[in-house]
Each structure stands twice: as structure tokens, then as C-alpha cells.
Design a protein around this ligand. Structure first.
Ligand code: FDP
Length: 298
């Protein structure tokens, strides 16, 4: 079964159309990474001046979303203001997550949150979320409130099709891997102490430096991805609206839990579009334990 067929049966019509538009455009973005990122600095098929890959992917997804006619607001990590349209949906996106990893050919990603409210708003307004991973295969992982499902891009004739790879993905409760961003010396002591217990629990470190790449392996293997509160950087790095709330939504649909150390990430009400927060995302038992520890009064 392909993405279109699956969504026709399992998603509201407007969200299905928007997800299909994103899927089509993700292939265009992926095909252009070598050209637009500077990897092939002197090869540019269109002959136009080289654009930064972030700006390029942003413009491509804005175009795809706008063309659906279903979107009222688009917010992006790459834009200071929302782009407005005539539809009802609000879409927040990180069009190219992990772009500093282009040179090393680590996985990259794109993240989308579909909100029912005007932005900025909390993750409680999410109607669904989707992320693309550009790794050894291009995959789409999504949820529209009824479980988490995954699709993989395969060539069918002259074009690409996203075929169903897995339904109802569940994050293992037993934690196996961990990936923590930022600098260890700057993590707040409670986080450092907690992370120090991981090896003795049989967990192994896995960190690729791209949020969705790192989250993707946590979803498959169980464990934690975090970009913690740090001394001198209490809000961490990742943005709530574009990055952590959509992934927290998917993680919750997969049976996991996500926290900023004190509350569910989905309960954070950002006051501006690009507001960051500390983020700890993964298997529910481990994440509840972390929240208890980080939020406790010493
Ligand atoms: P990038 O700056 O390469 O776009 O939010 C952006 C992000 O990558 C995440 O994908 C990643 O998890 C994080 O930043 C990595 O930050 P550090 O380099 O500080 O580890």
C-alpha cells in the first residue's frame, strides 16, 4: 500500500492532501541536496546562483504547502514571520533539520507539525505531525492521532512512490540507546548525573547530530534523545513549535514521553515562533524517571 492509499483510508482529507504534497516535495529536496548544499559547488543544473540548502528547502516546501490551498499559516525555522494563505491549517516546519551535517553525509531530515490554531501555540493544538529522514533511504514517519506509521520512497517506473513500511510503531520501553546534544560540561548537574547511570543500565551512546536521525533510532530501539538545559543556555537549542512539539506528538503516539524537565513538551505554550526549550524525548519509563529527578527540589 502506498502513502496516498493509506491516507485516503486513515487520515482527514485536508491533512492527507498536505502530507502528500510534502512527500512529493521531499523527493525534490533530497535530489537537490548535492547541488544546493555546496557539496558540488561548481555543478548547478539550473545555472542559478547557489542558494543555501536551508533557504532552498524552505522555499520548496512553502510552495508545496501554499499550492494545496489548505494552509492558513506557515511558520518555519528559516523565516522570521509566518506566510499566510486562505486555508485553515497552520503548519510549522523545520525544512532541513541537521543541515550542518551535509558535508559529512549524516542523515538529514524535515519536520512538520500540523496545528489547528494560529501560531505560536502549544502542542495540544497538533492535529498531526510528520518527519522525513534523508538517510540511506528516504522515509516518512507520521501520525494523525491514530498511531505512528512509516513509509519508504521507492522508484516505481519513472517516479518515486512512498510505500508502507510499518504500521503502529511503538517505542520499546526498555531503553537501549542515548544521544545527548550540547557539551557535557555544560549540562546541568542533575542531567549529567542521570546520564552517568545509562551505561550501567546496559544503554549505549548513539549520536549523529541531526535531531530526527537521532530520534529515529530512539523510536526503533528505545532510549532517549535530549538537548538539555545547560548552564548559560537554560532554554537548550531546539525550537518547540517546529521541532520538539511535532516529535513529542509522534513520540506520544508511539507510547513514549517527552519533557522539558518539568512538564510534557506538548503543554509548553511558546510566546514566540522560534522559542526554544530543553528537550528530553524517548521511552516513557526512563523519561518519567528523568522528569522526577530534574524537577525535584534538592
Ligand atoms: P543543525 O544545527 O545542524 O540544524 O536544531 C538543529 C540541530 O542541527 C539538530 O538537528 C541537532 O540535534 C542539533 O541542532 C545539534 O546541535 P549540536 O551541534 O549543538 O549538537
Amino acid at each position: 500500500m502506498n502513502l496516498e492509499e493509506f491516507l485516503r483510508l486513515n487520515a482527514p482529507e485536508d491533512l492527507a492532501k498536505v502530507a502528500i504534497a510534502i512527500a512529493g516535495k521531499s523527493i525534490t529536496v533530497w535530489e537537490n541536496i548535492p547541488f544546493k548544499s555546496g557539496l558540488l559547488a561548481d555543478v548547478n543544473p539550473s545555472g542559478e546562483r547557489q542558494k543555501a540548502i536551508d533557504v532552498y528547502s524552505n522555499d520548496e516546501f512553502v510552495e508545496a504547502l501554499s499550492e494545496t490551498g489548505l494552509v492558513g499559516e506557515i511558520a518555519s525555522e528559516e523565516m522570521t514571520e509566518v506566510v499566510t494563505g486562505k486555508g485553515k491549517l497552520s503548519v510549522a516546519m523545520d525544512p532541513l533539520d541537521g543541515s550542518s551535517n551535509v558535508e559529512t553525509n549524516n542523515p538529514l531530515g524535515s519536520i512538520f507539525g500540523f496545528y489547528s490554531s494560529r501560531m505560536p501555540c502549544s502542542g495540544r493544538s497538533l492535529l498531526g505531525a510528520l518527519y522525513v529522514t534523508y538517510g540511506n533511504a528516504v522515509t516518512i514517519t507520521l501520525s494523525f492521532g491514530k498511531g505512528v506509521h512509516r513509509f519508504v520512497a521507492v522508484k516505481k517506473g519513472p517516479s518515486m512512490s512512498f510505500e508502507l513500511l510499518a504500521v503502529n510503531l511503538k517505542i520499546p520501553e526498555k531503553p537501549e540507546v542515548y544521544g545527548i546534544g550540547g557539551s557535557r560540561k555544560d549540562w546541568i548537574p542533575r542531567v549529567r548525573d542521570f546520564v552517568d547511570t545509562f551505561e550501567s543500565r546496559g544503554m549505549r551512546t548513539r549520536y549523529c547530530g541531526t535531531f530526527v536521525g537521532d530520534y529515529n533510532q530512539v523510536l526503533s530501539r528505545g532510549g532517549i534523545f535530549a538537548y538539555p538545559e545547560q548552564t548559560g543556555k537554560p532554554q537548550g537549542k531546539l525550537r518547540v513549535l517546529f521541532e520538539t512539539a511535532p516529535i513529542a506528538y509522534i513520540n506520544e503516539q508511539a507510547g513514549g514521553y517527552s519533557t522539558d524537565g518539568r512538564r510534557n513538551i506538548l503543554d509548553i505554550q511558546p510566546s514566540k515562533l522560534s522559542e526554544p526549550s530543553p528537550a528530553y524525548i524517548g521511552s516513557a519509563p526512563l523519561l518519567h524517571e528523568l522528569e522526577r529527578l530534574v524537577s525535584s527540589i534538592s
